[in-house]
Design a binder for this molecule. Structure first.
Ligand SMILES: C[S@@+](CC[C@H](N)C(=O)[O-])C[C@H]1O[C@@H](n2cnc3c(N)ncnc32)[C@H](O)[C@@H]1O
Length: 274
């Protein structure tokens, strides 16, 4: 039971956001939501969380700005290179046997993970037969993902990660440098559907062979994590693969028995026979 005024205000603001805009942060891990809301309160120079609530209820333009605080956008290309190496060496040989593929990047942020996956699939000769779904709840992030443009100073790290992941080409083959920015090749997103989709409030997506949802469920409470894993289970084809973040796990999930550990050290799971 919350008893500090601030905790009550935070609960009310999250309820208001849900009722007014259908964004549901009510069951995100509360400590980090609180930290980020308090940052937003000082950033917008508000005297209280209730003042912030009043503003966002009456001014829809505040919503994307507040979402910028409530969702964490940290990402990089080929983040955790060993994960992408495991996909390349252990998962793709199975995917290669399908004539067409569907891959869902859930919580794609500004597209770093999507472009990494597209490059990996191109290097392995699977890009042309793959349809990618890249989803997120943050509209600004989805717009950035669709543009595929990153500041040049991030490319050094991306390039290093790509090499460590077993990259077979040079990352610079996939972008052109333009006034301090790297503009990624449009052909990488020929077969990508970008879509607003929430793991909290929306339904099953489609019949996927691979779902990669990394560093998203870490912000959810246990009940929400279960909901998301249930969605993944129902969105995967028979023997489909699910990859989660290095600090995430299905171990305590209600749906754990529906999956086997495929590459345990990289948190890659495979759906079992029903
Ligand atoms: C830390 S980023 C992870 C980006 C990328 N997957 C990675 O691992 O680098 C978390 C992303 O999850 C998104 N997100 C948060 N809640 C979500 C939800 N309910 N459904 C879908 N995406 C969500 C955020 O907007 C953010 O873009």
């Amino acid at each position: 039971m919350p008893h500090r005024t601030e905790d009550i205000e935070i609960g009310l603001l999250l309820e208001a956001l849900y009722q007014r805009y259908h964004y549901d942060f009510r069951h995100y891990a509360r400590a980090s939501i609180k930290r980020r809301l308090l940052q937003a309160r000082s950033h917008f120079n508000m005297s209280s969380v209730t003042a912030l609530q009043e503003r966002v209820l009456h001014d829809p333009e505040m919503l994307p700005r507040l979402l910028g605080f409530l969702t964490v956008q940290v990402s990089e290309m080929f983040r955790d290179p060993s994960y992408f190496r495991a996909l390349r060496e252990q998962v793709l040989p199975h995917l290669r046997t399908y004539p067409s593929l569907k891959v869902w990047i859930a919580g794609c942020s500004a597209g770093e993970e999507l472009y990494s996956m597209a490059i990996l699939f191109r290097e392995e000769g699977l890009l042309d037969r793959t349809l990618f779904y890249a989803t997120d709840i943050n509209p600004e992030a989805l717009k950035a993902a669709e543009a595929g443009i990153y500041p040049m100073d991030r490319l050094r790290k991306f390039t290093e990660n790509h090499q460590k992941s077993g990259g077979k080409s040079s990352l610079s083959d996939y972008y052109t440098a333009d006034y301090g920015r790297a503009v990624f090749d449009k052909s990488l997103r020929n077969n990508v559907v970008f879509s607003d989709h929430s793991l909290v409030t929306d339904a099953v997506f489609a019949e996927m062979q691979l779902i990669s949802c990394r560093n998203v469920m870490i912000y959810f409470d246990r009940g929400l994590q279960d909901r998301a894993v249930g969605l993944f289970k129902d969105s995967l084809t028979r023997h489909g693969f699910l990859g989660v973040g290095s600090k995430e796990s299905l171990r305590f999930s209600r749906h754990a028995s529906a999956f086997s550990e495929f590459v345990p050290e990289e948190k890659i799971y495979r759906k079992r026979e029903p």
